[in-house]
Design a protein around this ligand. Structure first.
Ligand SMILES: Cc1cc2nc3c(=O)[nH]c(=O)nc-3n(C[C@H](O)[C@H](O)[C@H](O)COP(=O)(O)OP(=O)(O)OC[C@H]3O[C@@H](n4cnc5c(N)ncnc54)[C@H](O)[C@@H]3O)c2cc1C
Length: 471
């Protein structure tokens, strides 16, 4: 029997204190609106459990009564995975599970509850002269459970890996309320399936993460950062290879930015000054970490080698922390700046690194043929093979008409190029609601069967984030 919204709220209020349950639609607003503004649906209620025992009680009850539960962290996900699809779901916010349980610098492990805001995890590591190296533009709102469940990437994946590689273990409540206590901190543990890796990246479809043991690293003494002029993505790839050879694991970021990004940001006064050395069709933001006790200048000498080999024509090295921050602002504002120029079509895709230039070249050619005047804005993590392959509408176009005419078809065009080069249609943002149909079309059928079998085994009543990822 399906419970009514009123029954759901009454029964939830009996499980957790009344003020932990929100049923008024206006008060639910912040939990229902998502950053892309694409998915609009109401919920039966929002519940904010105060501790892990309450999460267990809620899931036990939800499983018995077949009530759908959507785990939600900071609500910054970009594929609609954290907001309702049907309108009868309960959003379970992890906001109150916000303790840092321990930080062990000798072992290089921090245990954080899932509701800890990513920026607060950074601060906790920083307080003991360490670093949790997962940096996202959304880190002031995104929470550890959401970051892990979407296996977020960001700008340091090159050196430290994505969320999955930074997670040593998780504690999670399963659909029937049982607690999986997998908070280990072992570098080596060959005792069967890696259950942590199932829960990380599961988008809340297999369990609710309540805490995680995360890898922390010694804090670098300093960073060396440069904006380097590159002629095209081919030249950027050659430069990337040289930087890897010269700098090894000290190379922590290699980001590609097209000149149009600078033009847009200057036009809308998003930058106080142009930090590039001179005009160039493309720029690479290159950054190196410098550990205590090592000499500065590694990036400068690697760039000098690139000059000598005529790989690059010009570069601007950051001369202060403020300078470095402004260079990063330029990179981090690439997504936001497009909204100032009307509608844009976005793709979060990856290909093997060597295929990035071909992806960009072929993608732009196909897009411009299909939609004359469209403005390509491909940018992002070249060092990870992950490009945010975006397109701004032609100058003066009508945003609604542009999206109606081109949005869907442009996805097909770009994904065809991506798949032809052995790539992925979702590099770091996930599947959520946005790419459910696409996943069915492009994923290996055997992989889909395995994923469905795992889902059925762990959540036989389908109460955890129904309709997301697997549909
Ligand atoms: C400005 C901006 C910049 C971004 N930059 C990047 C970037 O560089 N790289 C990148 O990878 N992503 C980026 N993102 C998207 C990224 O996925 C999110 O920022 C972040 O990882 C999600 O964290 P959250 O707490 O907001 O999760 P939410 O949005 O609340 O949830 C995301 C998913 O996790 C699930 N979930 C949440 N908490 C739990 C839990 N405790 N247990 C189980 N499931 C849970 C939800 O159900 C949902 O499926 C960006 C987003 C924005 C708005």
């Amino acid at each position: 029997m399906t419970l009514s919204a009123r029954e759901i709220s009454t029964q939830l209020s009996a499980l957790v204190s009344g003020d932990a349950v929100i049923t008024d639609t206006n008060d639910m607003g912040a939990y229902l609106k998502e950053p892309r503004k694409r998915f609009h649906q109401s919920a039966a209620a929002v519940v904010i459990p105060p501790d892990v025992a309450a999460v267990q009680a809620i899931l036990r009850w939800a499983n018995e009564n077949r009530v759908a539960i959507i785990p939600q962290g900071g609500n910054t996900g970009l594929v609609g995975a954290q907001v309702p699809l049907y309108g009868h779901e309960v959003i379970l916010s992890t906001a109150k599970l916000n303790a840092i349980r321990s930080v062990d610098t000798a072992a290089g492990v921090m245990v954080a509850e899932s509701g800890v805001i990513l920026e607060n995890a950074h601060k906790a590591a920083d307080a003991v002269n360490s670093m949790f190296p997962l940096w996202l533009a959304s880190q002031g709102s995104a929470r550890i459970g959401g970051v892990l469940s979407s296996n977020a990437g960001g700008v340091n994946v090159l050196a430290y890996g994505n969320a999955r590689e930074l997670t040593m273990g998780v504690e999670a409540v399963l659909a029937d309320g049982r607690l999986y206590q997998g908070l280990n901190a072992l570098k080596k543990d060959n005792t069967g399936y890696d259950l942590k890796d199932l829960l990380v990246g599961a988008e809340g479809t297999l369990g609710i993460i309540t805490a995680a043991s995360l890898k922390i690293f010694p804090k670098p003494e300093d960073h060396e950062t440069a904006l380097v002029n590159v002629a095209d993505p081919e030249a950027a790839l050659v430069l990337f290879q040289l930087m890897r050879e010269r700098l090894g694991s000290r190379l922590n970021a290699f980001e590609l930015i097209p000149h149009i990004g600078l033009e847009i940001q200057m036009r809308h006064a998003m930058l106080d000054a142009d930090r590039t050395a001179s005009h160039s069709p493309w720029y690479a933001l290159v950054e190196v970490t410098r550990m205590a006790g090592t000499e500065p200048g590694a990036l400068q000498s690697a760039l000098e080698a690139a000059f000598e080999r005529e790989m690059i024509s010009d570069a601007a090295l950051a001369t202060s922390l403020a300078d470095r921050n402004r260079m990063w602002d330029f990179r981090e504002q690439m997504s936001e700046c497009q909204s100032k120029e009307g509608a844009s079509i976005k793709h979060d895709v990856s290909v093997p690194i060597a295929a990035v230039p071909a992806l960009i070249r072929e993608g732009i050619a196909a897009a411009e043929k299909f939609a004359p005047g469209i403005r390509p804005v491909p940018f992002g993590h070249l060092g990870d093979g992950n490009i945010h392959f975006n397109f701004s509408m032609p100058v003066g176009a009508d945003p609604k008409a542009f999206m109606a005419q081109y949005d869907e078809a442009m996805h097909g065009i770009i994904y065809e190029v991506v798949l032809r080069h052995g790539g992925s249609v979702s590099a770091e943002h996930g599947i959520g609601q946005l790419k459910v149909d696409l996943l069915k079309q492009v994923k290996d059928p055997v992989a889909l069967e395995m994923m469905r079998a795992i889902k059925t085994a762990l959540d036989p009543n389908g109460i955890l984030n129904p309709g997301k990822m697997l549909g």
